[in-house]
Design a protein around this ligand. Structure first.
Ligand code: FUB
Length: 324
């Protein structure tokens, strides 16, 4: 279905929106793309982002979008190497916790935490990355019982293929053909929000017969996890990367398994696709990005929002991403 969409920050290149409602307003936590001159490759070196901005609005489709400025920079982080990719923010007991993936000085991705008293930042980073953290794209979900879970992981440049059972392997590889696809990960956060409370677990997406989606399935997990709850069900959504869909699967608990349901967004202009799903003032929204304003430059993406609809059975109605 084609839907009215809005570019939220026409004056700059922002991508990978993580969105939450705090204090009655919508807060958007994107990556900040820029023309760094780094050539494009499968390792994602061209996504050479160096800071984050925060945006807010109280009218998603038509209202003013406030830019709260730079809230964290690579050079603020004591363990920094390079590349601030998709972040997320969670609120607990009066503090806002920003979770961000960045490469350390050995070019290995880990997740850091930075803290603020305000949703708009600025955020002060902890001295070290989260112990046992790896790969990219943290999405933090608060369940109704007050537990917080981080969904994460991304293959290729996101380095997830370098890990099995949460340990780095000497010879990274990806499953192929009919082998089960490499799953994303989920982990409960500790009460202080600064550590993992347990070992990360695989987020397995299964078909209607309960079999894990295979590595050759165009709808298998690649990166960009998100979790939301709708009518009491857990909706795990993600990007399929090189096949360019946003898909979702549902389950009855935060760990899954999740049963594959369908496509949320067909391919957009640009290589990556990424998103978050949020309810605000009684409507549901899909925040995402595409490369239309930059004429298809993969590394210069623009923030977008469209209204999301469910049918009577809780199925998400597929949105047309606009790519030919
Ligand atoms: O923005 C850099 C990376 O591109 C993100 O971490 C991925 O999800 C993809 O959007």
């Amino acid at each position: 279905m084609k839907k009215e969409a809005r570019y939220l920050v026409p004056g700059d290149y922002m991508a990978d929106p993580s969105v939450h409602v705090f204090n009655g307003k919508v807060y958007i936590y994107p990556s900040h793309d820029w023309e760094s001159g780094v050539p494009e490759n499968d390792n994602g070196d061209h996504f050479n982002m160096k800071d984050y901005h925060v945006f807010s609005t109280d009218d998603v489709m038509h209202g003013e979008v406030t830019d709260h400025g730079v809230v964290l920079r690579v050079e603020d982080v004591p363990w920094a190497g390079r590349q601030l990719w998709d972040c997320d923010v969670a609120f607990k007991d009066g503090k806002y916790y920003m979770y961000f993936p960045m490469k350390d000085r050995n070019d290995v991705f880990h997740m850091g935490v930075a803290i603020s008293d305000r949703p708009e930042g600025p955020f002060t980073p902890q001295p070290d990355p989260i112990k046992g953290s790896y790969s990219i794209d943290p999405a933090v979900f608060r369940d109704d019982d007050g537990s917080y879970y981080m969904y994460f992981g991304g293959i290729w440049g996101g380095q997830l293929q370098r890990y099995r059972d949460n340990k780095a392997v000497e010879h990274p590889s990806l499953p192929e053909g009919d082998e089960p696809a490499l799953p994303g990960r989920v982990v409960r956060l500790a009460d202080d929000m600064l550590e993992f409370a347990e070992e990360p677990k695989p987020v397995v997406v299964v078909d209607a017969d309960g079999k894990p989606l295979t590595a050759s399935d165009p709808h298998r997990f690649f990166e960009a996890s998100w979790m939301h709850k709708y009518n009491g069900k857990y909706y795990f959504s993600y990007s399929t990367g090189d096949t360019h869909f946003l898909c979702y699967a549902t389950g009855d608990n935060p760990y899954g398994p999740f049963t594959y349901q369908g496509v949320i967004l067909t391919p957009v202009v640009g290589w990556t696709t990424h998103h978050s799903i949020v309810e605000y003032k009684g409507k549901w929204y899909l925040f995402h990005h595409d490369c239309v304003p930059s004429n298809g430059k993969t590394w210069l993406r623009s923030l977008k929002v469209v209204e999301l609809e469910y049918d009577a059975d809780g199925k998400i109605i597929t949105i047309d991403g606009g790519a030919e």
